[in-house]
Write a protein that binds this ligand. Structure first.
Ligand SMILES: NC(=O)C1=CN([C@@H]2O[C@H](COP(=O)(O)OP(=O)(O)OC[C@H]3O[C@@H](n4cnc5c(N)ncnc54)[C@H](OP(=O)(O)O)[C@@H]3O)[C@@H](O)[C@H]2O)C=CC1
Ligand SMILES: O=C(CO)COP(=O)(O)O
Length: 320
């Protein structure tokens, strides 16, 4: 089956490089000038420098050309997914659309699979998520991800089509669990970065990760996820990677908050909007989501990291 990647950021470019080992891939960039530069110079110097584009990749800004493929990977930031889909909904109608973004839409409280279902209901919807840095995938380092699709037959096809020699995909039908694991771990990574940046130490980070995971499970189970999905690559796996590595943008953003350093506002930090969405849902539904709520507060400058940590520690004692 032919594959296109809609969105030429770091992750979309890395996935295109990995898949180019199996056959032709079309990589769509919205900016014609950028597409032309990438096509000519064979590198995405803006988002993924040092990763040469194999010959099998065609970079284009022609959305109709990209939409000729049967499988379309959607690799745009979560808060841009709906507008990107709406802009091309007519050509995407009969396609298999695989969301590669992590987050909860602020305006609707929905994850990426639900946003696909709402905007292009005729398409087949799936999700690719789990622990992976774009640079690792582009370098061909071993990576394992989760492919989530409610339709088992389509999920099996996608698992085979999108696995490569170094990119091993596991399959699940639990799209809710997979999308919420990937969304919430970014929020926890901001919290862990802030904790380390503030100088609170590794023990405090372990506590935040563990209680953060409890919060991820609580929220996901309430939305109908399966517990084992949260224990897998898309949940625990990605939580560990993102909360413990300075390669993560969410973690680095948290570090900058703790250290009171400047941070480049053009960087994609998915956890900020997702924390806001979670805080809103937690308040409306009277759910106990203390870490997500406080991460939303520190991310938007409503309280300092020191105040946030003190608030978390001083809540009433409870059973684990
Ligand atoms: N980077 C990573 O290691 C990983 C990222 N992800 C996920 O992948 C998703 C994308 O992240 P990533 O690639 O890193 O982000 P980047 O910041 O590298 O790139 C974002 C891309 O989205 C494009 N874009 C933004 N808005 C639109 C729009 N409305 N229509 C079309 N394209 C648009 C940008 O185009 P332009 O350049 O023109 O602004 C850019 O190419 C995120 O949800 C992230 O969590 C998942 C796993 C790993
Ligand atoms: O999702 C990722 C790793 O799995 C990438 O994390 P960041 O978006 O924080 O860089």
């Amino acid at each position: 089956m032919s594959v296109s990647v809609l969105g030429s950021g770091a992750f979309g470019t890395a996935l295109a490089i990995s898949l180019a080992g199996k056959g032709p891939v079309t990589l769509w960039a919205r900016d014609p000038e950028q597409a032309q530069m990438m096509q000519n110079h064979r590198v995405n110097s803006a988002r993924l420098p040092n990763a040469p584009l194999p010959k099998a990749i065609t970079v284009t800004s022609d959305a109709d050309l990209a939409a000729e493929s049967e499988i379309i990977l959607l690799s745009v930031p979560m808060q841009k997914l709906r507008s990107a889909l709406c802009a091309h909904s007519a050509t995407l109608r009969d396609k298999t659309l695989v969301a590669c973004c992590k987050g909860i839409e602020l305006t609707s409280g929905l994850g990426p699979v639900s946003v696909i279902r709402e905007t292009v209901p005729e398409a087949r919807a799936a999700l690719l998520t789990g622990p992976s840095f774009a640079n690792d995938i582009a370098r061909g380092l071993p990576t394992a991800l989760t492919l989530a699709c409610a339709d088992d037959a389509i999920g099996r096809d996608l698992q085979h089509e999108l696995s490569t020699t170094n990119l091993r995909l596991y399959r699940t039908a639990d799209t809710i669990g997979a999308e919420l694991g990937g969304a919430l771990k970014n929020v926890m990574a901001i919290g862990c970065g802030a904790c380390i940046g503030e100088g609170m130490g590794e023990s405090a980070r372990a506590a935040l990760m563990t209680r953060g995971f409890a919060e991820m499970q609580r929220f996901a189970l309430m939305r109908g996820a399966r517990p084992e999905t949260l224990m897998g690559l898309s949940g625990m796996g990605d939580l560990v990677l993102t909360c413990c590595s300075e390669l993560s943008r969410n973690y680095r953003f948290g570090l900058s908050l703790g250290r009171q350093d400047a941070f480049d506002t053009n960087t994609t930090v998915e956890g900020v909007a997702t924390a806001k969405a979670l805080a809103k849902i937690a308040k409306a539904e009277d759910l106990d989501m203390p870490i997500s709520t406080i991460v939303s507060e520190i991310s938007t400058g409503k309280c300092s990291v020191g105040e946030a940590m003190r608030w978390l520690l001083n809540r009433p004692l409870k059973e684990e």
